[in-house]
Write a protein that binds this ligand. Structure first.
Ligand code: GDP
Length: 444
């Protein structure tokens, strides 16, 4: 997870304030020193760190003790507020043009993830808003770039406008926009060319495209793993193009988090989205407040709830609730549940959103191997319909048959049936109104 090291260090920094009725100047100074080192270690921009520490210090001295919080918690709250502010306050949304199409110009260096992000954003709008986007291939310098965008378009079933590599990109954009207006596309994404470094020729071309397209948003795509270079790139693009926001890709591979923490403070432009993997669904809205809470190990229950809602089929949830009431949860439902959990992404990332869990050492061992799910599927598919619906008929000879049928050891079959029984028991408790477990989780 991103911010792993920072998260651990910040929580250590707060440890010596815990439970103190009063915090001395020396306590505060040593905590602030640790916070400063933690941020610098996370590759946060030097000036940003200095301002941050100054802000926190001033607030910590000035603040009246809030009711219900001890002084240590008070400092954590100030740091939480300041981290949130540093990353941009609240989430920034894509703008919508008063008249269709909304035009989003995507810029960035080669390899930052521009083409992939165009696909992810179009996919998201299509899925969530029933949008009808058009993608314009305006990178004429690498034939592979057009192919790649066409591949992405095919994958998400979104049309791509291209005129090959012999036409001037500014003309391609004009023609593409004409087509979008004709076809009433409500969103247009312009995939522009990237270079390995910012150069004048590229900037000039992008300025011309900006002039003809008059984009609703100009999003810069930067690679989180490049740390402070990403911040410098953002400054460079912003100076020339006055970008409206940033998409920070590859946060899944960035353990430090320096770019995420510095970009807004350095450029004044917010991060709108983060890329969390190579797949079309691996894009998250960037919520500075939730990110701050996660960094401070306070969990991110809101994102967890949203993720669950997105991946849980409404109808299936209804059916499941019904089954829980009737106590008729069976193996087909069990399979459905496991599938839905798997669709939510790596179990470890999900658990990390639960308050107090982020730095729990137990988390290091939580991995749901996709192969496990395949094995469980094989075993359930080896059951007869009767067995799936009435698990109590599973006597030893039936279990042996299932083991043979699915090519699994008998112990695995027994273990799986035990897991099923446990899940069923848990569901039964929940449906009987025994939510104690859940409440404890929320209060942790
Ligand atoms: P472009 O040159 O800026 O258009 O970059 P691409 O879209 O071709 O992406 C470059 C590489 O980064 C590809 O292999 C992508 O799959 C990968 N990539 C893009 N975004 C992400 C992300 O959020 N996480 C990870 N892990 N890989 C990404």
């Amino acid at each position: 997870m991103a911010f792993e090291g920072l998260s651990e260090k910040l929580q250590n920094a707060f440890r010596n304030l815990r439970g103190k009725g009063q915090i001395s100047e020396a306590d505060l100074r040593s905590t602030m020193r640790e916070i400063r080192l933690a941020l610098l270690d996370a590759d946060v921009n030097f000036t940003v760190v200095r301002n941050f520490v100054k802000q926190v210090q001033e607030k910590a001295k000035g603040e009246k003790v809030l009711e219900g919080l001890n002084p240590g918690q008070q400092i954590v709250k100030i740091v939480d507020d300041e981290l949130t502010e540093m990353m941009g306050g609240s989430a920034t949304e894509l703008k919508k043009a008063p008249k269709i199409p909304t035009i989003i110009m995507m810029v960035g260096l080669q390899g930052a993830g521009k083409t992939t992000t165009v696909g992810k954003l179009a996919h998201r709008l299509k899925k969530d808003d029933n949008a009808r986007p058009l993608l314009i291939a305006a990178d004429v310098y690498r034939p592979a770039a057009i192919d790649q965008l066409e591949q992405v378009g095919k994958q998400i079933d979104v049309p791509v406008f291209s005129e090959g590599t012999d036409v001037d990109p500014v003309q391609i954009v004009k023609d593409g926009l004409d087509q979008a207006r004709e076809n009433h596309n409500d969103y247009v994404f312009i995939d522009t060319a990237g270079r390995l470094q910012i150069d004048e020729k590229l900037m000039h071309e992008l300025e011309q495209i900006k002039e003809v397209a008059k984009p609703t948003d100009i999003l810069l795509v930067v690679d989180a793993m490049t740390g402070q270079n990403a911040v410098e790139t953002a400054e460079g693009f912003n100076d020339d193009l006055d970008i409206t926001g940033v998409v920070l890709t590859k946060l899944d591979g960035d353990t430090r988090g320096g770019a995420a923490l510095s970009i807004k403070a350095v450029t004044g432009k917010p991060i709108l989205f983060t890329g969390q993997g190579e797949k079309m669904d691996d894009l998250d809205v960037f919520h500075p407040d939730r990110m701050a809470s996660r960094i401070l190990g306070m969990g991110d229950v809101l994102s967890l709830v949203e993720k669950t809602q997105k991946n849980v089929d409404e109808q299936k949830a209804q059916e499941l609730a019904e089954k829980m009431r009737e106590n008729s949860f069976n193996f087909d439902d069990f399979l459905d549940q496991l599938q839905q959990i798997q669709n939510m992404g790596p179990l470890k990332d999900i658990m990390a959103m639960i308050p107090g869990m982020a730095n729990n050492p137990a988390l290091k061992n939580v991995e749901m191997d996709p192969k496990d799910l395949e094995r469980i599927k094989a075993m359930i598919y080896s059951m007869t319909n009767e067995e799936r619906e009435n698990p109590e008929v599973l006597n030893p000879s039936r279990r042996r048959r299932i083991a043979r049928g699915s090519a699994q050891p008998i112990q695995s079959v027994n273990r799986m049936i035990k897991q099923f029984d446990q899940m069923k028991k848990m569901m039964n408790q929940v449906s009987n109104g025994n939510m104690a477990g859940m409440e404890n989780m929320m209060q942790a």
